[in-house]
Design a protein around this ligand. Structure first.
Ligand code: PLP
Length: 441
C-alpha cells in the first residue's frame, strides 16, 4: 500500500508504505470493529483512555446537548462558560490533595508543557529565577510537545529531534524486575534510587532544581508500579530541598488503579497534578493542570506584576469537552468506579497470574485494570530478548490475530481494558491472550 496521506504518529513511515492499515470503523462497549467486520477487544482502551468503552451514549448526548446550546467559547481574560465553572468546582472537590486552581488544555502534553511553564513562572514570581531545572525519570512519559518530550525519558521520543533540553535531568526509573540487584529487597532498591536522586540534586545544586515530575505508576515506560517505599523516600528528598512535585495522572487518573487518582493509591503529595485521557474518556480532547494554593498564589502575584498570565490555548476550557468530562464524572460516580475497579482488578490480576507458567513470561505487574507482561527469553535465568528480536511486537501481533488489541512497549505487553469490562469479558480477554502467548513461545 502507498502512503495514505497521513504521517502516522509512532510509525516508521517508510515501512508503513508496504503495510496494510487496520481501519477501525465502529465501537461497541469494550470492542472495536474494523472495516472487514472483525471485532476486537480493545485491550488498552485505545490509548489508555476509553475508560467507559466505545459506545457510551450519555457521553455522546452530553456533547450533542452542549453543541446545540453553545458549541464553543473561551475562558480568556474575564470570559468563562457555565459548564466550565461547574466542572471546575467538581474537579477541585474531588482532587486527591487540596488544590486551588485549574488550568485547562486539550492534551496531556499541553498540560505537562504548562506545568513546566508554571514552574518557571512560579520561581520567577517568588524571586528564585535560578531554581528551574526539572528532574524527570528515564522511561517516564509526559508527552511530545517540546517541553513535555524533554521531560519524557523515552529515547525514541528524542531520536531525530534536538531533545531533551538541557533544562531537564533524568534519573533512573524504578523498575525492580529489570534493575533490582540479586538479593536486594524492593525497599533497598528504592533506597538506592532515592540516593541517586539526592546525588543528582546535590550535584546540580538544590538551588537550581525547581521540580520533579513522575507518573504514579509508569505507563508507557513498561507499566511499572513503584517499588515499596519509593515515593516516601522521594517525597522526603523533595521536601528537604524545596522542590515542587508534579504528578502526571494522565493514565492513572479516574479509576484505572482502583483509586480515583494514583496520588491516593501511593499516598503522594503533589503541588501540581496533570490529567487527561480518562477525564473525558477520549470522546473529546480535554486535559487539565491542577495546582495547590502555594503555586497558585505565587502565579497570581506574578500575573499582577506582569499585568497578564501570557499563556492559554484557543481550546483551553472548551465547553463541549467540559460537558463530556462532567458527564464522565457523573457516570464514574454512579458506577462507583473505584470499587468496581478494585473488585474486577483483583479478578483480572489473579487470572493473569496463570500466564506465569509460560517460559517466556518473566514478570506480570500492575494494579487495578492495568497490567504489563514482561516477556523474556528464559524466565528461569532471567535472560532478556535482544531489542532487535521484537518479542513484544510479535506478542502484540499474535494477540491481534486472536481478536485482542494490546500494545507492545519494548518487551513489555501493556494491558488496560475499559473499566466497564465485566467478568465474562475478562475471561474471554485472558483466553485470547493465552492463545497468543502460546503462539509467541
Ligand atoms: N502523560 C502520560 C502519563 C501519558 O501516558 C501520556 C500519553 O500517553 C501523556 C502524558 C501525553 O498525553 P497526550 O498524548 O494527550 O499529549
Amino acid at each position: 500500500m502507498k502512503n495514505d496521506g497521513v504521517l502516522h504518529p509512532y510509525s516508521n513511515a517508510r515501512a508503513l508504505e508496504k503495510e496494510k492499515r487496520l481501519i477501525i470503523t465502529e465501537g461497541d462497549g469494550i470492542y472495536v470493529i474494523d472495516s472487514e467486520g472483525r471485532r476486537y477487544i480493545e485491550g488498552v482502551s485505545s490509548l489508555w483512555y476509553a475508560n467507559l468503552g466505545f459506545s457510551e451514549k450519555r457521553l455522546a448526548d452530553a456533547a450533542t446537548r452542549q453543541l446545540n446550546r453553545l458549541p464553543c467559547y473561551h475562558a480568556f481574560s474575564n470570559r468563562i462558560t457555565d459548564v466550565v465553572l461547574e466542572l471546575t468546582e467538581r474537579l477541585l472537590g474531588m482532587a486527591p490533595v487540596p488544590m486551588s486552581s485549574v488550568f485547562y488544555a486539550s492534551s496531556g502534553s499541553e498540560a505537562n508543557d504548562t506545568a513546566l511553564k508554571i514552574v518557571e513562572y512560579y520561581y520567577n514570581a517568588i524571586g528564585k529565577p535560578d531554581k528551574k531545572l526539572i528532574i524527570g525519570r528515564k522511561m517516564g512519559y509526559h508527552g511530545v510537545t517540546h517541553a513535555a518530550a524533554s521531560m519524557t525519558g523515552v529515547p525514541r521520543n528524542h531520536m531525530g529531534f534536538d531533545l531533551p533540553s538541557s533544562r531537564v535531568l533524568h534519573v533512573s526509573q524504578p523498575d525492580f524486575y529489570k534493575f533490582g540487584k540479586i538479593g536486594e529487597t524492593e525497599e533497598e532498591y528504592s533506597g538506592r534510587l532515592a540516593e541517586e536522586l539526592e546525588n543528582a540534586i546535590i550535584q546540580a545544586g538544590p538551588e537550581r532544581i525547581g521540580a520533579f515530575i513522575a507518573e504514579p505508576l509508569m505507563g508507557v515506560g513498561g507499566v511499572v508500579p513503584p517499588p515499596a517505599g519509593y515515593f516516601q523516600k522521594v517525597q522526603k528528598i523533595l521536601d528537604e530541598h524545596e522542590i515542587l512535585f508534579i504528578v502526571d495522572e494522565v493514565i492513572c487518573g479516574f479509576g484505572r488503579l482502583g483509586e480515583m487518582f494514583g496520588t491516593t493509591a501511593y499516598d503522594l503529595k503533589p503541588d501540581m497534578i496533570t490529567i487527561a485521557k480518562g477525564f473525558s474518556c477520549g470522546y473529546v480532547p480535554i486535559s487539565a493542570l491542577m495546582m495547590n494554593s502555594k503555586v497558585y498564589e505565587a502565579v497570581a502575584d506574578g500575573t499582577d506584576k506582569n499585568g497578564v498570565f501570557g499563556h492559554g490555548f484557543t481550546y483551553s476550557a472548551h465547553p463541549v469537552a467540559a460537558a463530556v468530562a462532567l458527564e464522565a464524572l457523573n457516570i464514574y460516580e454512579e458506577l462507583d468506579i473505584t470499587k468496581r475497579v478494585q473488585e474486577l482488578g483483583d479478578y483480572f490480576q489473579t487470572k493473569l497470574e496463570d500466564l506465569r507458567k509460560s517460559p517466556i513470561v518473566g514478570d506480570i505487574r500492575g494494579r487495578g485494570l492495568i497490567a504489563g507482561i514482561q516477556v523474556v527469553k528464559n524466565s528461569e535465568t532471567k535472560e532478556f530478548f535482544e531489542p532487535s528480536q521484537g518479542a513484544g511486537k510479535i506478542f502484540e501481533i499474535n494477540t491481534e490475530r486472536h481478536g485482542l488489541i494490546t500494545r507492545a512497549l519494548g518487551d513489555v505487553l501493556a494491558l488496560a481494558p475499559p473499566l466497564i469490562i465485566n467478568k465474562d469479558e475478562i475471561d474471554d480477554f485472558i483466553c485470547r491472550l493465552s492463545l497468543a502467548l502460546v503462539d509467541t513461545e
